[in-house]
Design a protein around this ligand. Structure first.
Ligand code: ADP
Ligand code: ZN
Length: 531
């Protein structure tokens, strides 16, 4: 196959072939690159793996001068620069991990016009010395990566990003391109406004990842459920298992290894050498499982990750989408699997309440969690709900490749059950000035004379034993869904349950409470189907 003739418009294409060795642009890449090469500003929303990097790397190569890339991912800069250098691109970075001399060398190269790309951490651009350096060289394009970090309402706010609005003022003739993989409509607007890019063209790729099958199962015995899932559907496949704590990362990795699945742990508590070794094994070997905290995965480019499993609830839909998005970059069928239960809800709510941050911060965290819970509890298409969250139109009639589409959940009228739970919480508070957690509430409903029930005389309450029609697991499911629907709330470090403003309408029989039925066998996986 001969190289295509290079005419005026195909300098970009020539760079794509020559430098990166790819045949053709993907999706919106070509339109974005053409616009930026011509000197226009661009705001680019593309899912993880969509190919954002080329959108600024190629303009940087084609336009005269150095492309300045602002990225918060300091830990990845060295890797990114190494990868570019291996392709023959003259790339460098300036950040706090360098010593004075290394920095001086980079700066000299930039000033001499010997760099195609220069990566900078956002905090650098707050320094007058950096701005001064930049104005003494020639800049081809400013790329602002992870642009959602400018959003104060987002899940990843970095104050240093706010200062980036001055780039347009100081360098009005240099095109700017802002890129992100996570943007709701509100964040999208905030990026445009706060980075001061009113004339930017907007490129919004579809956030749908049709080859990823989304599944969320009720948590019973999570490690065993995970093992069954891996054995039945992903034997010998590479994948990532996310856990919240370092401790559960370690335990889960051990458990899988003991059960014949090769797995290594990854979290910030491991020393750098171990982390690097585990990461490079994951990239190199086929079929290795990494059990990790969310510290793992940013910037990891492995196309054949066949599954991403969550044993704990992510804090936001953005986080969930980003983490699950690491599966199936090669376009082949992959699974996003999560086990989720009542304790996840209570734990996350407690974390928000007892965590640092002001009231506004807490409210925001709460709103993010609520959206995540709504995704977990929905009886509708999960993909549709995800896309709607990102402001995109879902496919009418469902996607056919998520658990709720494959096996639509039954719903039932949970009004009476909800009233029973809420009136138990109400009575404890009203008659005894007491607050308790979910375990005690369920014991009271089931009429169990446990030591703690006896100790507090809870068998004397009129609600004692009024809930024998449901099992313990079903009651926990009811409480979980009431929490997710905002009809109950969690308080304090013990996770005690309290009523909300919305609870009153249920207690007064003014509203109904539709609930999802808990599957009888929680571990059961839907029959696999290929998309
Ligand atoms: P993002 O930053 O959007 O997550 P990347 O820029 O890291 O995505 O690209 C994801 C992967 O896709 C990388 O391996 C990249 O080399 C590859 N890629 C990007 N554009 C193309 C293309 N036009 N043709 C082939 N592969 C591409
Ligand atoms: Zn669906």
């Amino acid at each position: 196959v001969g190289a295509p003739a290079v005419d005026g418009g195909s300098e970009a294409l020539a760079a794509l072939h020559r430098v990166f060795g790819y045949d053709a642009f993907r999706g919106e890449q070509e339109a974005v690159i053409e616009h930026v090469v011509a000197g226009g500003d661009a705001v680019v929303l593309m899912p993880t793996g969509g190919g954002k990097s080329l959108c600024y790397q190629i303009p940087a190569l084609v336009r005269p001068g150095t492309g300045v890339v602002v990225s918060p991912l300091i830990a990845l800069m060295q890797d990114q620069v190494d990868a570019l250098r291996a392709l023959g691109v003259r790339a460098g970075f300036v950040n706090s991990t360098q010593d004075f001399d290394e920095r001086r060398v980079m700066e000299a190269q930039f000033l001499a016009g010997e760099l195609d790309l220069l990566y900078l951490a956002p905090e650098r651009l707050r320094l007058e010395s950096t701005l001064d350096l930049l104005s003494r060289g020639k800049i081809s394009v400013f790329a602002i990566d992870e642009a959602h970090c400018v959003s104060q309402w987002g899940h990843d706010f970095r104050p240093d990003y706010l200062a980036l609005s001055l780039l347009g003022e100081r360098w009005p003739d240099v095109p700017r391109i802002a890129l992100t993989a996570t943007a709701t409509r509100a964040t999208h607007q905030e990026i445009t406004q706060r980075l001061n890019m009113p004339r930017a063209r907007h490129f919004v790729a579809s956030f749908d990842r049709p080859n990823i099958q989304y599944r969320i199962v009720p948590k019973a015995d999570p490690k065993k459920q995970l093992l069954a899932f891996l054995r039945e559907e992903h034997a010998g496949d590479a994948g990532i298992v996310y856990c919240l704590s370092r401790n559960s990362v370690e335990k889960t990795a051990e458990f899988l290894t003991r059960n014949g699945i090769e797995a290594v742990p990854y979290h910030a508590g491991l020393d750098a050498a171990t982390r690097a070794a585990h990461q490079s094994r994951f990239l190199r070997e086929e079929g290795l499982v990494v059990v990790a905290t969310i510290a793992f995965g940013m910037g990891i480019d492995k196309p054949d990750v066949r599954f991403v499993a969550h044993l704990d609830l992510p804090k936001s839909v953005e986080g969930y989408y980003q983490e699950t998005g690491r599966a199936g970059r090669d376009g082949l069928p992959s699974t996003a699997w999560m086990a989720y239960g009542l304790n996840d809800v209570i734990q996350q709510r407690k974390l928000i309440q007892s965590g640092e941050g002001d009231e506004a911060f807490r409210r925001r965290a709460q709103a993010h969690l609520d959206a995540m819970l709504a995704l977990c509890e929905t009886a509708q298409c999960r993909r549709g709900q995800l896309l709607a969250y990102f402001g995109q139109d879902p496919r009418p009639g469902g996607c056919g490749n998520c658990d709720t589409c494959l096996e639509p959940p039954d719903t039932w009228d949970g009004t009476i059950a909800a009233q029973k739970v809420l009136s138990t919480v109400w009575r404890l508070h009203r008659e005894r000035r007491q607050k308790f957690g979910a375990v005690q509430i369920v014991d009271i409903l089931l009429g169990r004379r446990t030591a703690k029930v006896i100790q507090f005389d809870h068998d004397q309450l009129s609600v004692f034993g009024i809930g024998e029609e449901l099992t313990e697991g079903e009651w926990r499911g009811v409480i979980r869904q009431l929490l997710a629907q905002g009809l109950l709330a969690v308080e304090g470090e013990y996770g005690t349950l309290v009523l909300t403003e919305a609870s009153g309408a249920v207690l007064r029989r003014e509203r109904e409470v539709p609930l999802r039925k808990e599957p009888k066998k929680p571990a059961a996986a839907p029959r696999s189907s290929s998309p």
